[in-house]
Design a protein around this ligand. Structure first.
Ligand SMILES: *Cc1c(COP(=O)(O)O)cnc(C)c1O
Length: 460
């Protein structure tokens, strides 16, 4: 690189947004394993770190224990399709939250007991409801009609249908999910009248966004609703506060710097994104820390913390984290197939597509910077080149990364780009065999800190 070229490319590069340092993923990057796997699969792939999932799960459980709250963690399966997470749930006694017959089948097939499964999602398919009832799974009922359909299924079976009533969040009145106050009152009467055919075990909600206060407020309110439901003779001894525990991908300074400085020139073809559509890649409170804070909050209209309210009422707290259980539990590896020069920046083509980095679905972009991995190891040092990253498809809009990422070396054909921390929603939500390209395989890496061992995930 000439000095002039360096200056030009620096001017064009987007502000850096490196992911937090992660010793376990770094050990995998340093080990030489990824170059071997890229050679073996001859295409893009994802690697998964189940140890990290276990650590994240343990952190949620520790937060419950510290607060003296009886609680249960259910992994929201939609965040990643791999079998290994469900296997970890089965092995560690965690539950799984599913929303389709396929997800339910996967959870059961990999060893999770029916009674440890929650079934959420709107207007659930008949077959999903039937298997859920037969397996003793807990069904979050989303509408009056759905409660009718659940009750209709109970006739021939010996087990009662286990249900939670999903509540329409009062401060998200336009949500398309849940029962409003009137529907809830009617549903409670129906459950009471159904007698032993139904076990009404409590209430649930899932809020979009990451604010603490609405979660604590609604949870506090649902503890009261459990007490009221018990007066009708219903069990009502648990509430689910859903998911939405933020993940902290990047340092505060980098994130705020990125937001302040990014502008259309930092993106290929002048592409513009609305900053508000980006995931909040930095969160001072994240994962189990969010749970701790919610439990310590005094809900509106109460005079004790949520933890205290739950304890006093004998109500079990269920939570359904997806993204937060997968924090740092995997990454995505593409190989550079081609390098072009354009107006002072590089246009890379990699062997995968943006369908493996699902943020484009939300008209947004996955922002933690990819790491350039050469034959010699991860490239380090100050940025010398800016590069956007295109997929191996014939579509202008299939950009894995629109922004011109600052990279510490000029990428060459055969180098790898490793996108960090992609297990939560960024791996397989949108993958398709577009162009007849195979879906990227998932590789489970055990013992990342020692000599890493790998195996294929058993997702059917
Ligand atoms: C998506 C979803 C979750 C998981 O959300 P995260 O943001 O991944 O934690 C939990 N519960 C329900 C009902 C959901 O729809």
């Amino acid at each position: 690189m000439t000095a002039t070229a360096v200056t030009t490319t620096r001017a064009a590069a987007a502000p850096p947004l490196p992911a937090h340092p992660d010793p376990e993923a770094s050990a995998v990057l340093e080990s030489g394993l990824l170059q071997e796997l890229s050679y073996a699969f001859d295409g893009p792939f994802h690697f998964l770190l189940p140890d990290r999932f276990d650590t994240n799960l343990a952190a949620f459980r520790a937060a419950l224990a510290e607060a003296g709250v009886t609680g249960r963690v259910y992994y929201a399966k939609k965040a990643n399709k791999a079998a290994v997470w469900v296997e970890r749930c089965a092995a560690t006694g965690a539950g799984v939250d599913v929303a389709s017959a396929g997800e339910l089948r996967e959870a059961l097939a990999h060893g999770v007991r029916g009674e440890d499964i929650t079934v959420t999602g709107p207007a659930k398919h008949e077959q999903l409801l039937r298997v859920a009832v037969l397996q003793g799974a807990l069904i979050a009922v989303d509408s009056p009609g759905e409660l009718d359909r659940v009750l209709a299924l109970t006739g021939g079976t010996t087990r009662p249908a286990r249900v939670l009533l999903r509540r329409l969040p009062p401060d998200q009145p336009h949500s398309r999910f849940g029962l409003d106050d009137e529907e809830t009152a009617a549903a409670l009467r129906r459950c009471a009248a159904a007698g032993p055919a139904v076990s009404m075990e409590g209430f649930s909600f899932h809020l979009s966004g990451y604010a603490l206060r609405p979660r604590a407020d609604l949870a506090g309110r649902l503890v009261d609703e459990c007490r009221a439901a018990r007066a009708l003779g219903l069990r009502a001894d648990r509430i689910s506060i859903g998911g939405g525990f933020a993940v902290d991908y990047a340092a505060a300074d980098d994130w705020h710097g990125f937001l302040a400085e990014q502008r259309p020139e930092h993106y290929h073809a002048g592409k513009a994104f609305t900053a508000g559509d980006f995931y909040p890649y930095h969160s001072p409170l994240a994962g189990a820390g969010v749970l701790r804070a919610v439990l310590a909050t005094t809900p509106e209209g109460h005079s004790a913390s949520l933890a205290r309210l739950l304890r006093d009422a004998g109500v079990t707290l269920m939570l359904e984290p997806g993204r937060a259980l997968l924090d740092r539990a995997g990454a995505t590896v593409f190989r550079v197939l081609g390098v072009k020069e354009r107006d002072g920046y590089a246009v890379l083509t990699v062997d995968g597509s943006s369908l493996s980095l699902s943020e484009q679905w939300f008209n947004s972009e996955y922002l933690p910077d990819p790491v350039l991995l050469t034959e010699a190891g991860p490239a380090r040092g100050p940025a010398v080149v800016a590069a956007c990253v295109g997929g191996a498809t014939c579509l202008e809009s299939d950009m894995v990364t629109w922004r011109k990422v600052p990279l510490p070396a000029r990428p060459r054909e055969g180098d790898l780009l490793v996108y960090p921390n992609t297990a939560g929603y960024q791996m397989d939500s949108n993958e398709s065999p577009f162009h007849d390209l195979p879906l990227p395989p998932k590789v489970v890496v055990d013992r990342p800190a020692g000599r890493p061992r790998w195996r294929l995930d058993r997702h059917a």
